[in-house]
Design a protein. Structure first.
Length: 301
């Protein structure tokens, strides 16, 4: 497949980056009024229902869910329920932009995990360099939390990183779904993760005792579920079908700037100089991991 992308695909990629960056923005708003586990459940349930409506029984979805429900439960746990909960708990104390930057380390952890758990994705010199640079950026971001004077507690900084590690395991585990249509995989894991988070929400938050959130919070939840999850999956699949998985993965570089921009414009958030430096290092590490910049330099030489 041609690695060049049309202006239309680039526009879709930029839109997806804005939408996924918006997930951290909407979560930061909603988590101030809705407990994290209940917010995770609402996001997954509403997004899953929306995808079931979109699929409308196509792709043999129900036989597939019945036959592979155990696998969907595992994928739903490590790709939705656990990382979303970790991010939302972290966002009770840190802003949308910083959470997005820390979670952008997902490709780095994916490469490291795949090196140990698979036989066909071993570390190369470029991957090692990209991982080291990206991890250095993570240390720059998390480091201030080690001191008592840090603006955010260490645990809140570490939770998005742990979520990224969970996503890394999910990316490796998700390879067993190559024979399943992508919309079915998305709907299946969202359905399974909704079932996982329902009892956790009921036990931990007793949501029936919570007061009804104001309208703006309810709208943030709907946007988080329907736009930043359900519609984002559909858009991602379209980009991947048209431009390939490698080109689609470029969205990783677009999510943190989008979350930062939304946080600055609407939430009054500000990033310190060190946080910008950490973001730059992580972004540079992702560019190295992508490999295309290196290949272009070699070709030019």
């Amino acid at each position: 497949m041609d690695s060049r992308m049309s202006a239309w695909i680039w526009s879709l990629l930029l839109l997806l980056g804005l939408i996924w960056g918006g997930s951290f923005f909407f979560a930061r708003i909603a988590v101030q009024h809705i407990p994290p586990l209940t917010l995770v459940f609402l996001r997954l349930l509403l997004a899953g229902l929306a995808l079931h409506v979109y699929i409308a029984g196509r792709f043999d979805i129900y036989p597939t869910l019945k036959a592979r429900w155990r696998e969907f439960l595992i994928l739903g746990l490590i790709n939705n329920a656990l990382p979303h909960a970790l991010i939302f708990f972290g966002q009770t104390r840190i802003g949308a932009g910083l959470a997005a930057i820390l979670n952008a380390t997902t490709p780095i952890w994916t490469v490291l995990i795949a090196n140990y758990l698979t036989s066909d994705e071993k570390l190369s010199s470029a991957k090692i360099a990209g991982c080291l640079v990206g991890l250095a950026g993570t240390i720059v971001l998390v480091g201030p939390g080690l001191s008592a004077s840090g603006q955010a507690p260490l645990w809140a900084l570490l939770l998005p990183v742990l979520a990224a590690i969970s996503y890394g395991f999910a990316a490796t585990y998700g390879k067993r779904f190559k024979d399943v249509p992508a919309p079915v995989t998305a709907a299946g894991q969202l359905t399974a993760s909704s079932l996982i988070t329902l009892p956790l929400s009921l036990l931990a938050d007793r949501p029936w005792t919570l007061s009804l959130p104001p309208l703006d919070i309810l709208l943030a939840v709907l946007a988080l579920a329907l736009v930043s999850t359900a519609f984002a999956y559909i858009l991602y699949f379209r980009i991947m079908a048209a431009a390939g998985a490698t080109n689609a993965s470029l969205v990783t570089l677009l999510v943190p700037p989008s979350a930062i921009l939304l946080g600055v414009l609407f939430l009054g958030e500000r990033l310190a100089v060190g946080e910008f430096a950490g973001m730059a290092l992580i972004g540079f590490g992702l560019v190295i991991l992508d490999g295309r910049a290196y290949r272009l330099l070699v070709k030019a030489a």
